[in-house]
Structure formats: structure tokens, C-alpha cells
Design a protein around this ligand. Structure first.
Ligand SMILES: Nc1ncnc2c1ncn2[C@@H]1O[C@H](COP(=O)(O)OP(=O)(O)OP(=O)(O)O)[C@@H](O)[C@H]1O
Ligand SMILES: [Mg+2]
Length: 376
């Protein structure tokens, strides 16, 4: 079991709030990724869960036991650091055995468990080496192994892949996902890498300035970002975010800006200042005649061939707009181009608050189901 419950958790450093007012439940078996830009409070939050840092406010519970005041050693949690933090003078075998020695397990028990974990991580042939005789990837594995031997209630990991090269990162990502599946244990994983978050998490918690912006499955966070911040943080290239107006034209909710026009659906709306969000992969090049949806008219500026696809940067009303398209799509720098997006791919945010705008059904008829606008 490893259910972690945070209520009202906050931490200030000499009057500056690093983490504020975090309410979060991490269910047993979850792979929760704490995601956010540098300085948003990820490490601070993880260290408080680990017991390495005292919260200034709030309570932490592990399997319904309040552990807020419990010292780190007593918490049945294992932490893997970005720096690996292996003991340089000890062999891999002794590094792996260390947490068990602290627990005063018998030699037979320790040997058995170390062998088991070394087999699981395929590091059996490295047991008699010292950390400096290992590659970065191997060290990372040993660090994970050392967390694994104790069979803790949860694993806490702070950017464990950030010292690895791109290829090794991908491989290790797959291994961690497989490990999570086979152990069925709780993972709390800190990263600022959205690919790691999208691919490994069962739940992503997006942090910004020490607060939770949104939490949900990778699909929820990617497909329905609750704020401009989340919309702009996930996705590569990022979601295109353009200032625009929502207005009613001839009984249709429409969106308009310099180089942007489109009818979203029938219904009425007050005029609103919005941020219009369009994902690069949901913009289609050409065919301005498609029925409903948004059309952008601009000029192709840059075409980047990525091998499997291309990123086309256009200028629309003076602003850059990125499109992710297949290689077959024809686009040349300097050309005029029309880009279209279907209504269901249009994200709108309140420009004043940055929050997502939703439409609520008025119950009158199917066609007017999306006619009334409200702030979510
Ligand atoms: N010991 C400390 N003393 C003072 N300020 C601190 C301390 N630790 C962290 N901070 C501040 O708290 C904020 C959050 O830091 P934290 O290390 O949690 O960020 P992070 O999200 O892990 O960033 P990164 O991605 O760069 O590791 C930062 O503004 C940081 O400067
Ligand atoms: Mg950090």
C-alpha cells in the first residue's frame, strides 16, 4: 500500500513561498508526475513528502497515518535523486545492500534481495565495480536498484533521467514504465520534461509558481488544458496561442482576429476577449472552404523537415503560427496559405483570467447545446 495524501501543504523560504496550498491525493499504484518549469516548487514538494524538508503548513498522510512530523528514516519511502547520490567508496553490491544493512537484515536476506534486484535491473555483472567505473546509465540503474531493495511503500524520484543522453533516456523511460507495471507500486516522479510526463504518468500534476494549475490523466491535461499556462506548457511545438475576440455573427458564435475568422457553432454570446488556442497537429494546410471551424490566413515563413514530418511556421496577422504536417503537404517559404481547424479542436481561454472557457448546454435543443458561454 502507498497512498499519499497532502492537505494544504506549503513551504516558504525566508518569506518567499516556494510551494503554496497543495491539496493532492496520490493513490496506491499511481505514477504521479509533478511537472512544471524550473523553480515552480517540484523538488521542494518532493522533499517534503520524503521528510527531508519540513512544511511550513499542511499535513502529509501515508496510508492514513499522519507522517508530517515523522523523520525521513522512519518513512517507508525511497528517494532517487538526479545526482544518483551513490556512495563512491562502496561497490555496487554494497551500495545496494546499504539500505538493508541500516534495517539490520541478516546477511542471507541481504544477499538474496541484492541478487534479486540486480537480476531485475540486469546489473548483475556490475556488482563488484565502484560508481566511478560505471556509465551514467548504469549509475542511474544502481540508484534505482538501491531504492528498490527496501520494497518501500512509494518511490520518490527527482529528475532521475536528466543526466542521460537522449537515446538512453528513452530506453530508461520504457524500463521505468515496465518496472512500475511489474511492481504495482506508487511512484512520485518530478520532471520538467513533458515527454516523460505524457508517456509515464497515470496522473500529471502541473505546477506553476508553487501551486497546482491542473491535475489529471495525460489525456485530460493535453486535450483539455484548464489554463493558458497548461496549454502552452504541454506539446511540442507548443499550442499556438493568439489573442482574439469571440463575437456573435448572424446567430453563430464566432471567433475573429487579424488573419483569423471562423464560425464555431450556432448560438449567442456576449463579446469576449479571449486567447485562441490551436494545436500545431490540428491545423490543416489548405482548403479554406471547409464548413465550420476556424480559418487562418497567412504567409509561410519557415519549413523544417524533421524527416518523418515537417514543422511549418506561418505568419498570421504578424504572429507566428506553427503547424505540424506530414511530409506530403506542400508548403514553400513566401507562399500565401490558409490553415483550418475543426470547432472541436478550438481551445478558448478568458484573456483576463487565463482560465479555460466552456460552453454549457441550455437544454433547449441539440443544436444549441453549446450556445451559452461560461467560465469553467
Ligand atoms: N533552501 C532554499 N532556500 C531558499 N530558497 C529555496 C530553497 N530551496 C528552494 N528554494 C526556492 O524555492 C523555489 C522552488 O524551488 P525548487 O527547487 O522546488 O524548484 P524546482 O521546481 O525543483 O526547479 P528545477 O526544475 O530547477 O529543479 C525556487 O524559487 C527556489 O529558489
Ligand atoms: Mg528541482
Amino acid at each position: 500500500m502507498g497512498t499519499i495524501q497532502l492537505t494544504g501543504i506549503g513551504r516558504t523560504f525566508s518569506k518567499t513561498a516556494a510551494v503554496s496550498d497543495i491539496d493532492l491525493t496520490i493513490d496506491d499504484g499511481d505514477f504521479v508526475v509533478l511537472l512544471g518549469p524550473s523553480g515552480c516548487g517540484k523538488t521542494t514538494l518532493l522533499r517534503m513528502i520524503a521528510g527531508l524538508l519540513e512544511p511550513t503548513s499542511g499535513r502529509i498522510r501515508l496510508d492514513d497515518v499522519d507522517i508530517t512530523e515523522q523523520p525521513s528514516k522512519k518513512r517507508d519511502l525511497a528517494m532517487v535523486f538526479q545526482s544518483y547520490a551513490l556512495y563512491p567508496h562502496l561497490t555496487v553490491r554494497k551500495n545496494l545492500a546499504f539500505p538493508l544493512r541500516v534495517q539490520r537484515r541478516t546477511k542471507a536476506e541481504i544477499d538474496e534481495r541484492v541478487t534479486e534486484v540486480a537480476d531485475m535491473l540486469e546489473i548483475g555483472q556490475l556488482l563488484d565495480r565502484r560508481p566511478k567505473e560505471l556509465s551514467g546509465g548504469q549509475r542511474q540503474r544502481v540508484a534505482v536498484g538501491r531504492a528498490l531493495v527496501r520494497e518501500p511503500k512509494a518511490f520518490l524520484m527527482d529528475e532521475p533521467l536528466s543526466n542521460l543522453d537522449a537515446k538512453l533516456r528513452t530506453q530508461t523511460r520504457h524500463e521505468l514504465t515496465a518496472l512500475h507495471r511489474s511492481l504495482d507500486a506508487t511512484f512520485v516522479y518530478v520532471t520538467h520534461d513533458q515527454v516523460e510526463a505524457m508517456t509515464m504518468a497515470t496522473k500529471i500534476v502541473v505546477l506553476n509558481h508553487g501551486r497546482i494549475e491542473q491535475s489529471g490523466t495525460p489525456e485530460q491535461v493535453y486535450d483539455r488544458p484548464e489554463s493558458v499556462f497548461v496549454a502552452g506548457f504541454l506539446g511540442s511545438p507548443a499550442m499556438n496561442l493568439l489573442d482574439a475576440q469571440v463575437i456573435e455573427i448572424d446567430g453563430a458564435v464566432s471567433v475573429a482576429a487579424d488573419g483569423v475568422a471562423g464560425e464555431l457553432w450556432t448560438g449567442s454570446t456576449p463579446d469576449l476577449d479571449v486567447v485562441l488556442g490551436l494545436r500545431p497537429e490540428q491545423l490543416v494546410v489548405g482548403s479554406a472552404e471547409t464548413a465550420a471551424g476556424v480559418t487562418l490566413v497567412g504567409t509561410v515563413e519557415i519549413v523544417e523537415n524533421l524527416g518523418g514530418e515537417q514543422i511549418i511556421t506561418c505568419r498570421v496577422g504578424g504572429r507566428p503560427v506553427h503547424v505540424r504536417a506530414s511530409r506530403e503537404v506542400h508548403a514553400r517559404a513566401g507562399e500565401e496559405v490558409a490553415l483550418t481547424a475543426r470547432p472541436e479542436h478550438v481551445h478558448l481561454f478568458d484573456r483576463a483570467t487565463g482560465r479555460r472557457l466552456e460552453w454549457v448546454a441550455d437544454g433547449a435543443s441539440e443544436s444549441s447545446a453549446r450556445s451559452r458561454m461560461a467560465t469553467a
